[in-house]
Design a protein around this ligand. Structure first.
Ligand code: ADP
Ligand code: MG
Length: 244
């Protein structure tokens, strides 16, 4: 657990005059499962998007294996390949079938040959229980199935860290369980995961550490026990009463 992959220091992000991330410190160690909870608008998505540089931080440092990726000259495209992202809205290519969705970034970004990429895709579709749908089009799938394909696609890039931004928030209630089950299996497999979620029971069960964000700061962080059972901060307690 002491093998730090990401070390985020003094991270700030503003949109115009709106300082959305105020001074974020956070580390992600190999094999860790971290959940980020907090009210809508507290900056959770902006934090994930800043970590993978979908947003450019205003200031601060993101150390990836000890090197600051925000320094001039750092190979950002390479850095991005080490982080996977699963979005609320799946972001599958609707014109491609399932397996091609899982293959395409492997061949274009990682330059794997198609046979190797296909084998890896099938392995990961099997891992999420979607191998039977390899030749289906996304439109033929339920939301939960689409999200499992999106997870297989992200896994196929062999990320060091997989980031999830509310992966079950767009799903019908009856689809939430299958996606959480898949994520729980991944957590158990040793994958390093950072998960923004409103699924408090899930966060409590699978996380090594929980981060509570409020108005652009990490208001409190700790073990699931510390955050959910014995929270110290008044605003953590107040937030949790709305969920528990
Ligand atoms: P959360 O994911 O916790 O709901 P967000 O990170 O999406 O919060 O948003 C935090 C704040 O940042 C909100 O006030 C939102 O309006 C603002 N924000 C997010 N993205 C942008 C953007 N691209 N441009 C301007 N403001 C943004
Ligand atoms: Mg969000």
């Amino acid at each position: 657990m002491s093998d730090v992959i990401l070390d985020i220091k003094n991270l700030k992000k503003s949109f115009g005059h709106n300082e959305v991330l105020k001074d974020i410190h956070m580390t992600v160690a190999s094999g860790e499962v971290i959940s980020i909870i907090g009210s809508s608008g507290s900056g959770k998505s902006t934090l994930l998007r800043s970590i993978n540089l979908l947003e450019t931080p205003t200031s601060g440092e993101i150390l990836y294996k000890g090197e600051n990726v925000l320094e001039k000259g750092y190979d950002l495209n390479k850095y991005r390949t080490h982080l996977g992202m699963v979005f609320q809205s799946f972001n599958l290519f609707n014109n491609l079938n399932v397996i091609d969705n899982v293959i395409v970034a492997q061949t274009t970004v990682l330059k794997r040959d198609r046979d190797e990429a296909k084998k890896i895709a099938l392995d990961n579709l099997t891992a999420v229980g979607m191998e039977r749908f390899a030749s289906a089009k996304p439109a033929q799938l339920s939301g939960g199935q689409k999200q499992r394909v999106a997870i297989a696609r992200a896994l196929s890039m062999n990320p060091d860290v997989l980031l999830f931004d509310e992966p079950t928030s767009a799903l019908d209630p009856e689809m939430v369980g299958e996606v959480l089950k898949t994520m729980k299996e991944l957590a158990g497999s040793g994958l390093t995961m950072v998960i923004v979620t409103h699924e408090m029971a899930f966060a409590r069960e699978v996380s090594d550490r929980v981060i509570f964000m409020d108005k652009g700061v990490v208001a409190e962080s700790g073990t699931p026990e510390e955050i959910f059972v014995t929270p110290k901060e008044e605003r953590t307690k107040e937030f949790l009463t709305r969920f528990l």
